[in-house]
Design a protein around this ligand. Structure first.
Ligand code: FE2
Ligand code: FE2
Length: 246
């Protein structure tokens, strides 16, 4: 039994949105996902998909993408990404009823893996615009947008605290935290997300969203303050799921 994570499948079986313009790694990427996931993930395993599943804007435009995910091996747990327009955070329960026994939508709730509680939310982080000089050093940033970002971070933290609270009340003391956005941005060493991970002594923080060579180093990777940080964007991993726990 193993716990794997992979993010940003960006499927588009029903929409006219090709990812090919983003580089060779995205060419026929659904075939790569199918091949890599089938090679690694066994039916008894758990696979957490960390958001940006589908380009469809409504659930009806995502049916084939969600079918594709359902047909991958293992138990599938989904997190909300910034592109998952089909998933209204307030209607998560409805999705969980509809997909019961097939897909689990992780939001304001938690999932169990062995004696671990898996908690997660989309997260948020300020991504600029940053004002750079010719050498690429940061001279400043859009402060209005940064203010806006603080509000979104605080909303996401409310949701995350609720998930941790539920898991704690249910008796769980071991946690893995999943986020779609990276836990910190290029200006930060810590954030409310790293703080809550430390407060609950999460063993790992798993996130995606960062695409392309120039963004892979935006946040924490490796061990920091005793917690393992994994970037699991599909293109970063070449669609090979990351092993989080055995
Ligand atoms: Fe993405
Ligand atoms: Fe994203």
């Amino acid at each position: 039994m193993a716990l794997y994570a992979l993010g940003d499948l960006h499927l588009s079986f029903q929409t006219d949105k090709s990812m090919d313009v983003f580089g060779g790694v995205w060419r026929h990427h659904e075939k790569k996902i199918e091949k890599q996931v089938n090679r690694l993930v066994k039916p008894e395993d758990t696979l957490v998909l960390t958001g940006d599943h589908s380009w469809g804007r409504k659930l009806e435009e995502c049916r084939e993408d969600l079918d594709f995910i359902e047909n991958l091996p293992g138990r599938k747990i989904l997190l909300r990404g910034n592109h998952d327009m089909f998933w209204d955070a307030k209607k998560t329960e409805r999705l969980n009823e509809e997909f019961q026994g097939r897909l689990f939508f992780l939001q304001n709730n938690f999932a169990v893996y062995r004696d671990y509680a898996l908690v997660g939310t989309k997260g948020y982080t300020f991504e600029g615009p940053f004002y750079l000089n010719r050498r690429g050093q940061i001279l400043g940033w859009d402060e209005k947008k940064e203010q806006q970002a603080r509000k979104l971070v605080s909303r996401e933290m409310t949701r995350l605290r609720e998930a941790f609270r539920q898991a704690w009340e249910a008796g769980y003391r071991k946690f893995i935290l999943f986020l779609h956005y990276p836990p910190t941005n290029i200006l930060e060493k810590t954030s409310p997300f790293t703080e809550i991970a430390e407060q609950y002594r999460a063993e790992a923080v798993v996130y995606s969203h960062c695409h392309g060579e120039s963004r892979f180093g935006d946040s924490i990777r490796g061990e920091y303050h005793g917690i393992k940080y994994y970037l699991v964007s599909g293109d970063y991993l070449k669609f090979r799921p990351q092993l989080v726990l055995e």
